[in-house]
Design a binder for this molecule. Structure first.
Ligand SMILES: Cc1cc2nc3c(=O)[nH]c(=O)nc-3n(C[C@H](O)[C@H](O)[C@H](O)COP(=O)(O)O)c2cc1C
Length: 374
């Protein structure tokens, strides 16, 4: 298994380069630095970020708080397990980042079956965050992650602010954990089950609480199931997120054959795949103009053209999700194709591709919400 072989052979120097020391955590805390670099506990000195190059093209991505991705192609949460599962077919260290399966405080068995179904140009899933709980995730996978070059971001979910904070605390300082991606598209039990992601105040509250609980780089994942993403994006950025990721799935249902009931055991599922790309483009376009922190795009990436579209609307990186089920080798191929595309255009960095389709002058904030005219 490729991933395992690397676990044995990766040199400490290579591991050292992957996450520069967090500027915020004092040295000598005995827990390593914020990005899991307990591999080098004694130094306390911040190394300059090491740009990682694919050939002559600099594809590295600075996400803040010392987190540098080797390239802008990540794999999306829930579609690549914990990274280990794909070790036979994918050289994980060629990826820009891995967002692992959604992780909660306690183990979850997930939703009743059926949990997935195909849709035109996409799929619906209602996995229900099946996972073994944060302690088991750390025990089973973190040691291997710590030997990889690729940064692993743990996707964190919860049902209360306290849940999120406790999971973040347990991940803080664990070698192999490079950062947290907060999945806030979860019902807030204390607020009658309303999702954190659909309310700017609730989204900011959970972001700020996690921000105080950990020095790990903090990415917060936006839901598309809102009328206007801009105030929510701004509230999350103001609450201390280092980057935004967008989008999570769109809420939908499918009907069972015979039409006597909804098809999924949970009734509702999340729509993903090429069908959601225009929505993701719109959300990224709006979020990128609303905040100064980096935005990472997710939604229907199938080929290089999709990556280029998301960069054009202001994303600094993209995550590949549903497409992995059809072809797990796609994300690594996209890294090579992006580097080749930059080479063809005579670019030594992919960065000139970012934001080319954004308005030249920042758009005025709207009071009307999403700017479409049906
Ligand atoms: C089977 C499946 C499971 C998912 N699980 C999670 C999850 O645990 N946490 C999360 O934040 N997003 C989860 N997602 C959403 C994806 O990370 C991604 O945001 C979404 O699928 C859109 O990207 P795509 O069109 O490339 O798949 C899941 C998606 C799928 C298809």
């Amino acid at each position: 298994m490729k991933a395992k072989r690397r676990a044995v052979t990766a040199s400490p120097r290579v591991a050292e380069q992957k996450y520069p020391t967090s500027p915020r955590r004092p040295s000598g805390t005995g827990r390593g630095n914020s990005t899991g670099a307990a591999i080098r506990p004694s130094s306390g000195r911040a190394d300059p970020p090491m740009p990682v190059r694919a050939g002559a093209v600099d594809l590295s991505v600075q996400l803040g708080r010392g987190l540098v991705l080797p390239n802008p192609i990540l794999v999306a949460s829930g579609t690549f397990g914990y990274g280990i599962e794909y070790g036979e077919v994918v050289d994980v260290d060629r990826l820009g980042g891995i967002c692992c399966k959604g992780t909660t405080l306690k183990a979850r068995v997930g939703n009743p079956t059926p949990r997935v179904t195909e849709t035109p140009a996409g799929m619906l899933n209602s996995i229900g965050l099946q996972n073994p709980g944060v302690d088991a995730v750390i025990a089973r996978y973190a040691e291997t992650w710590a030997t990889w070059i690729v940064p692993v971001l743990v996707n964190v979910a919860g049902e209360s602010v306290r849940d999120y904070v406790e999971v973040a605390r347990r991940l803080d300082g664990v070698p192999g954990v490079a950062g947290i991606e907060l999945n806030i598209s979860c019902p807030n039990v204390g607020a009658g089950g309303l999702q954190f992601a659909i309310d700017a105040g609730a989204a900011a509250e959970v972001t700020a609480a996690v921000r105080h609980a950990t020095d790990l780089p903090l990415l917060v994942k936006l839901s598309p199931n809102v009328a206007d993403i801009r105030p929510i994006a701004r509230a999350i950025a103001d609450a201390g997120a280092d980057a935004l990721t967008a989008i999570n799935t769109l809420s939908g249902i499918a009907i069972a054959p015979g039409r006597g009931r909804p098809l999924l055991g949970n009734i509702y599922g999340g729509l993903s795949g090429p069908a959601v790309k225009p929505v993701a483009l719109r959300v990224v376009y709006e979020a990128a103009q609303s905040v100064t922190i980096p935005v990472i795009a997710i939604g229907g990436v199938m080929e290089l053209a999709d990556v280029l579209d998301f960069l054009a609307v202001g994303a600094v990186a993209v995550q590949v999700g549903t497409a992995i089920f059809a072809d797990p080798t796609l994300p690594v191929r996209l890294v090579d194709e992006l580097a080749a595309e930059c080479g063809r255009r005579g670019l030594t960095s992919y960065r000139p591709l970012i934001g080319t389709a954004l308005p030249k002058k920042p758009a005025q904030p709207s009071s009307k919400g999403v700017e479409y005219r049906p």
